[in-house]
Design a protein around this ligand. Structure first.
Ligand SMILES: O=P(O)(O)OC[C@H]1O[C@H](OP(=O)(O)OP(=O)(O)O)[C@H](O)[C@@H]1O
Ligand code: HPA
Length: 179
């Protein structure tokens, strides 16, 4: 599998160092507040798994699975909830954990939904931000790394459901797409 990677953009060490740094900030921010940490399936799993171990205060964990309606050219910005939270967000400090923000459609929907459901606060942490991909305005509160407008895989991010189990972020060789 690793021989299918053309270039490593962000190494395993860089990711882990960044997670320690983000975790320290979140520890300070959420001390004594018992936030609800929401991972968005499936891509956020490795990031969320590593990040929560670096938050040194009590948290509650939940996951949500969503998928976007429409296609590349016609996107309504609507998102279908495939699996909802088990926990009510009302009155809670919610921290959404994502692997990547690209068009921003998925996350702008979720942020609005949690406000509508009367969360006390909603913050968004993403490992990767691809600002050139934006279709709607969305500024994440915490960004690990900004990536160029290229398709990236690894550390949760897939191409056709593969490569999520790479420990780093990379770009695939072109022949992978051409079969
Ligand atoms: O900013 P956007 O353009 O909305 O893209 C970001 C979303 O797309 C990816 O998820 P995907 O729907 O591919 O599901 P997955 O996490 O299961 O791979 C990623 O994990 C984000 O949730
Ligand atoms: O660059 C990407 N890679 C994998 N999944 C994605 N979902 C949005 N952008 C990406």
């Amino acid at each position: 599998m690793r021989d299918e990677i053309k270039e490593i953009l962000i190494t395993e060490e860089e990711i882990q160092r960044k997670i320690v740094e983000i975790g320290k900030g979140l520890t300070e921010e959420y001390k004594g507040r018992f936030p609800l940490v929401v991972g968005v399936l499936k891509g956020s799993l490795p990031f969320m798994g590593d990040l929560i171990q670096r938050i040194d205060t009590h948290i509650e964990l939940d996951v949500m699975d969503v998928s976007s309606y429409g296609n590349e050219t016609v996107s309504s910005g609507e998102v279908k909830i495939v699996k909802d939270l088990n926990t009510s967000v009302e009155g809670r400090d919610v921290l959404i954990v994502e692997d990547i923000i690209d068009s921003g459609l998925t996350l702008s929907y979720l942020v609005k939904l949690f406000h509508y459901r009367k969360a006390k606060s909603v913050k968004l942490v993403t490992l990767l931000d691809k600002p050139e991909g934006r279709k709607v305005e969305l500024v994440p509160d915490i960004v690990g790394f900004t990536v160029p407008d290229e398709f990236v895989v690894g550390y949760g991010l897939d191409y056709a459901e593969r490569y999520r189990n790479l420990p780093y972020i990379g770009i695939l060789k072109p022949e992978v797409y051409n079969g």
